[in-house]
Design a protein around this ligand. Sequence first.
Ligand code: ZN
Length: 234
Amino acid sequence: MDSHCFMVEKPCPVCMKNTRVLKTRSRLMVEKTDEDFCVHYKGFNPYYYKIWVCEHCGYAADEKTFLTKMPERQRKMLWDFLAHKQLEFEFKEERDIPDAIASYQLALSYLDIVESVPSKKASLNLQLGWIYRFMGESEKEAEYLLKAAEFYDESITKERYPIGNLTDSGAMYLVGAIYYRLGDMEKCAQHLSRIIGDQSVRSREPKIYDKARDLWSDVRAQQNEEKKKAGSGK
Ligand SMILES: [Zn+2]
């Protein structure tokens, strides 16, 4: 097992059996953080281990969802689905990239079955996009980033914030940052301007306000650069 991980046993919220899962130690060295909050760590990638998979029934979810008591109706929907499959998942002490991708895809498929809230789908799509970013697979990265942006947009209109640490302004910034990464400066600017144009965000959430303003000036610089190029090309 990687020295950054340790094993614990937790009851699966669907089949109720105890399953082995891996947690990562919190003391990790941060190398850099991208605009969309993707953190690059030194020597180890905790995102490979974010999704817990039950080794008995194959249910998969992020730690928080896994540990939260599930409404009986949802549990039954998942159990009806999983009981027929008789899936058994090999518990692995170390995950490689394909294991990580498979775990996110499983977790996303269960969110669809229980018709989960868009914020959860958004966050897993975003993280799966990051996994492809670490691999340098930009086409796949863009596919999942776009889904994340669309689910966050839907979530902002439908759900009550804050969700975890994320406020609605934080989510708005994040969607802007995702479009920035996707190279869609128009959509990026649309989202950022809603933060910059709101003085109450400036006083309530100065950190988000500053991040939005910094990214905004990058967007403006890029747009000017493009204009210059277009001008000199004539
Ligand atoms: Zn289970």
